[in-house]
Design a protein. Structure first.
Length: 148
């Protein structure tokens, strides 16, 4: 398989992971234990903080569903029509969503005893970085020939 085909597969896998993560946060009826542990005593001091955090989770869930949908669009349309643009769109999405999320996940996890889902973000980061490498190869013609 050529680089573009592998990039397409990685985009589909990444979109599924992003969509599952997004749906989990969007449909959550309660805040995960690691957020409650991070908030600590301030949670009982102002119970409305929990509602605010749940609202933020739903916004983030919607954003990750949109990211998953965008990655499907990149894989189905943009990759064929504008592979150079696909490279930059994946880079932008990576920089704006996954890098800050990984930072926050690791920062929160380092201050509490609960496990945060840092590993899921790491998997997405590796998949997206691999996609960038493949898109760069496809863009510069290192992988010539028709897709199979």
């Amino acid at each position: 398989m050529n680089a573009r085909r592998w990039a397409r597969i990685l985009l589909y896998v990444s979109s599924c992971i992003a969509a599952v993560f997004g749906a989990w946060y969007l449909l959550a009826s309660d805040v995960p234990a690691y957020y409650k542990a991070f908030l600590g005593p301030s949670l009982s001091a102002n119970p409305r903080v929990l509602g605010l955090l749940l609202g933020f989770m739903k916004v983030m869930g919607g954003c990750f569903l949109a990211l998953g949908g965008g990655l499907v669009y990149f894989a189905t349309t943009l990759l064929d029509e504008h592979p150079g643009r696909a490279f930059w769109m994946v880079s932008i999405n990576l920089g704006l969503s996954l890098v800050p999320l990984q930072y926050v996940t690791l920062a929160v996890g380092s201050q509490i005893e609960y496990r945060t889902p840092w590993w899921a973000v790491s998997v997405l980061l590796v998949l997206m970085l691999s996609t960038l490498v493949l898109l760069r190869r496809a863009r510069h013609g290192e992988s010539s020939g028709p897709e199979r």
